[in-house]
Design a protein around this ligand. Structure first.
Ligand SMILES: Nc1ncnc2c1ncn2[C@@H]1O[C@H](COP(=O)(O)OP(=O)(O)O)[C@@H](O)[C@H]1O
Ligand SMILES: O=C(O)C1=C[C@@H](OP(=O)(O)O)[C@@H](O)[C@H](O)C1
Ligand SMILES: [Mg+2]
Length: 185
């Protein structure tokens, strides 16, 4: 389906942002609240390779991972009414940026470094790009990545929200924006 046929309320919503900000967790909750289908691109990649992400990186390399990421996002970004959580590195690829910005509503889940760094311990195990790196390196990566995340339609600062609260807020805000965009009767 081509999105020039889709109204704003039919477009899929793509959650972007740094590793661990909550794209998967909040995206899933948001989908429930909006009665939409949810897809987590990382989970789909793991299914396709039949192995967890760190093993995909070790066995096939990051390039193969990025290729599969692009294929899957290319497919899902053209479907209506999804909530799509992509990996934090997806927007490194210009084609992915373009597909998502053109076909979907891109929602950036933003977090400050101060809040993010407290989460590091629970994240590093299954995220190859966080393994064996110093906090200084990760801080640099965090700040470098802000440039790609600045390509979005809407930004939500998540620092002081639990995942459930964030999903409630986002669902309400989206519904309100759809009402405002609704055609006059
Ligand atoms: N708003 C939040 N507040 C606190 N912890 C959160 C929040 N959202 C997610 N988490 C936790 O942070 C970790 C990473 O969340 P996840 O949804 O996998 O992030 P992402 O998909 O952006 O990498 C999980 O353990 C999750 O429970
Ligand atoms: O930022 C990245 O480059 C990555 C983020 C991960 O997803 P999350 O952002 O959901 O952790 C996953 O796609 C992979 O480990 C690479
Ligand atoms: Mg995720």
């Amino acid at each position: 389906m081509r999105n020039f046929e889709l109204s704003i309320r039919e477009k899929s919503i793509v959650c972007i942002g740094f590793m661990g900000v909550g794209k998967t967790t909040v995206g899933k909750l948001l989908a429930q609240k909006l009665y939409r289908n949810f897809i987590d691109i990382d989970a789909e990649i793991e299914k396709e390779f039949a192995m967890p992400i760190p093993l995909i990186f070790e066995t096939y390399g990051e390039k193969a991972f990025r290729q599969k990421e692009k294929e899957l996002i290319s497919h899902y970004s053209q479907q209506p009414l999804y909530i799509i959580s992509v990996g934090g590195g997806a927007f490194l690829q210009k084609e992915i940026q373009a597909m998502c910005l053109e076909n979907c509503v891109v929602l950036f889940l933003d977090i400050s470094w101060e809040s993010w760094k407290d989460r590091f311990q629970i994240l590093s195990d299954n995220r190859p790009l966080l393994r064996d790196r110093s906090m200084d390196d990760i801080k640099q990566l965090f700040h470098e990545r802000q440039t790609i995340y600045s390509l979005n339609h809407s930004t939500f600062q998540i620092d002081h929200f639990e995942a459930e609260e964030a999903a409630i807020y986002l669902a309400d805000a989206l519904k309100l924006s759809w009402e405002i965009h609704a055609p006059q009767r």
